[in-house]
Write a protein that binds this ligand. Structure first.
Ligand code: AMP
Length: 498
């Protein structure tokens, strides 16, 4: 990952070079070598780069340089000069930590802002000076609504992991935020992929941008040794314990498809004497932060996570990633294994594949354009279990008490891809009932739906939208009670809505 260029060649101020040395970096990564001079020159930037490439320092360092070179006397409180928008809480915390690391020798202040935590400390921080604000879109709009933040002084805007933000349904929020910013500003857009949606966003946002691109994760994954073990679903938990113990693994991130699966696996590992914790959207932010800190510090060797919870996690030199279940979206596999082999270090990505998952494996191999080596299982004897034991193990958690019908969110439409395409379809209203029952995404045995960067109002609106769709469907079924569901879509029966 290193280049021949030195940090000192990039034109950064001395206090920043000192912070880089303190951080232990010797040479800039390719994205840093390309992006830093462009951002220092003041132009807009479009960057194709993923987490793990060193992109955070790639935009943070030149931003710190530019802001400290042009200080503002008597800054108004709660009026940031730079706004960095990110999709998730964890990424927000990580980016702000980087701002502090690289900015430790300059006189600038930063603040992180995301939902799921008490808003009062954020109010307090906004009553002081904030040069750089790192925020998730939903909570930022909550502050805008409460007039506790003033975006009219933003000189530099960063959209980090823009594709993820669009995937999570934040396009409306982003547009609202853009409308509040001054026209004259520098814009930096980072995205791992370039869908048509991203291109439209970039076209509207960027003015004659410089373009930088570093190796896509598919290519970077040369650093990752990938392997597949064919294991029956019922034996995966025992097999994983066996692998961790036999290999004396010190740090492994395990991906499960559901929150319930993450909980059950963590419990099983603990029972087997392996320290582990699960992180997912049903865990409090404090529990997530604590588990992540213990995992990063090496106190707890196993972190079990859903895709959503793991998004944007930056854990240095993670040696092992395990796909306890394969994702049904092949690109998610690439994101998952990208948690290892980061910033130039090598890593291992191991997938435990049941025969039911072979179709997912085939799709992944088509995307990678290569076959992932199958490893023969040695030295593992699956324990014999009674039928009752197996049933007990796969038992679902008891449902939480349900709220009255009117307040209960309904099933989302549109398959099992973990997306929130349309968080709201109308203006924000207070029509939706308060969150009397956990939204569907909080039910832990179903794939997790990303909602965490959304504001409270958006969450309520999504619940109301779901309710409306469910009511419409119920009414449709009531009109045609005898017709089997499939017939609604069958041309033979006269087509939909006959
Ligand atoms: P990012 O892509 O920004 O999430 O960064 C990935 C990891 O690379 C982080 O843990 C950084 O601390 C690390 N990193 C960033 N720049 C460098 C560098 N020039 N040399 C070595 N590691 C770096």
């Amino acid at each position: 990952m290193s280049t021949e260029i030195l940090f000192a060649d990039l034109g950064l101020a001395q206090p920043l070079l000192r912070a880089i040395t303190d951080a232990g970096y010797t040479t800039p990564t390719p994205i840093q070598a390309q992006a830093i001079p462009l951002v220092l020159a003041g132009g807009d930037l479009l960057a194709a780069a993923q987490t793990g490439t060193g992109k955070t320092a790639g935009f943070t360092l030149p931003i710190l340089h530019r802001l400290s070179e042009h200080p503002i006397e008597n800054m108004r409180p709660g009026r940031p000069r730079c706004l960095i928008l990110v999709p998730t809480r964890e990424l927000a915390a990580q980016v702000e930590a980087s701002v502090q690391t690289y900015g430790k020798h300059v006189q600038l202040t930063s603040m992180v802002m995301f939902g799921g935590v008490n808003i009062n400390p954020q109010h307090k921080a906004l009553r002081g000076r904030v040069d750089i604000l790192v925020a998730t879109p939903g909570r930022l709009l909550d502050h805008v609504g409460q007039k506790t933040v003033d975006l009219s002084g933003v000189e530099i805007l960063v959209l980090d992991e823009a594709d993820r933000m669009l995937d999570m349904g934040f396009i409306r929020d982003i547009r609202k935020i853009l409308a509040l910013l001054p026209k004259q500003r520098q814009n930096l857009l980072f995205s791992a992929t370039f869908t048509d949606e991203i291109k439209v966003l970039a076209d509207g946002l960027l003015h004659k941008p410089g373009f930088v691109e570093v190796a896509r994760r598919n290519a970077a994954s040369e650093l990752v040794e990938q392997s597949v073990y064919m294991v029956a679903q019922d034996h995966k938990r025992d097999f994983l314990s066996h692998l961790i113990k036999q290999g004396d693994w010190k740090q492994v991130l395990v991906f499960t498809r559901t929150k319930h699966g993450a909980n059950r696996l963590a419990e099983k590992l603990i029972k087997d004497g392996i320290s582990a914790a699960a992180i997912h959207g049903n865990k409090s932010q404090a529990a997530r932060t604590r588990a992540l800190a213990q995992f990063k510090d090496g106190v707890m060797p196993v972190l079990v996570a859903t895709d959503i919870a793991a998004r944007g996690l930056d854990i240095d030199q993670l040696p092992h990633v395990v796909n306890f279940e394969l994702p049904n979206v092949p690109e998610d596999y690439v994101h998952r294994i990208g948690r290892t082999g980061r910033a130039g270090s090598s890593g291992a990505a191991i997938s435990l594949v049941d025969k039911e998952e072979i179709k997912y494996l085939n799709a992944i191999e088509r995307l990678l354009k290569r076959e992932i080596p199958r490893v023969v299982i040695e030295g593992f004897v699956a324990p014999v279990r009674t039928k009752q034991e197996i049933e007990r193990e796969s038992e679902r958690p008891p449902r939480r008490p349900q709220a009255p019908r009117g307040a209960r969110p309904q099933a989302r439409q549109g398959g099992d891809r973990q997306r929130t395409d349309k968080p709201r379809t109308g203006p924000r209203t207070s029509a939706a009932k308060p969150q009397a029952a956990p939204p569907r995404h909080a039910r832990s045995h179903e794939p997790e739906i990303p909602t965490e960067g959304m504001s409270e109002a958006a969450r309520h609106q999504m619940m109301a939208d779901n309710q409306l769709r469910a009511n419409q469907k119920k009414a449709e079924l009531a009109r045609h009670p005898a017709r089997p569901q499939a017939a609604l879509f069958s041309p033979k029966s006269g087509g939909r809505g006959r």
